[in-house]
Design a protein around this ligand. Structure first.
Ligand SMILES: [Zn+2]
Length: 107
């Protein structure tokens, strides 16, 4: 037969595990939100067709952060494109990293 102090100890451990589980879920959700948020940039220099292309920070076709204006973190390139259009009305998604916002027909 478990004594009363054993029972209390077990309840204490379960409460501890539940707390841990909740914080672990929180960290996973936070981590997940970090994964889907990307830092976007818009090219300061226009393309031949006048478009200022937006890129994610990790895009290999980005001209480099020094040649770009930072647009902040976005979950989708469509909202990054809206932010870019406030700086450069003629902005466009990158063919490589922001294809869903890419509208140019010249490529
Ligand atoms: Zn790109």
């Amino acid at each position: 037969m478990p004594t009363e102090s054993d029972t209390n100890l077990t309840i204490g451990i379960i409460e501890y595990l539940l707390q841990f589980d909740r914080s672990n879920v929180f960290i996973q959700e936070y981590y997940y939100s970090e994964v889907i948020m990307s830092l976007f940039y818009v090219d300061k220099n226009a393309q031949d067709n006048g478009d200022h292309e937006i890129h994610t920070a990790t895009c290999s076709h980005s001209p480099g952060s020094k040649n770009c204006d930072a647009l902040g973190y976005h979950t989708a390139c469509s909202t990054a494109l809206e932010a870019a259009k406030k700086i450069y009305p003629q902005s466009n998604g990158c063919y490589y990293c922001s294809y869903s916002s890419y509208t140019s027909e010249s490529k």
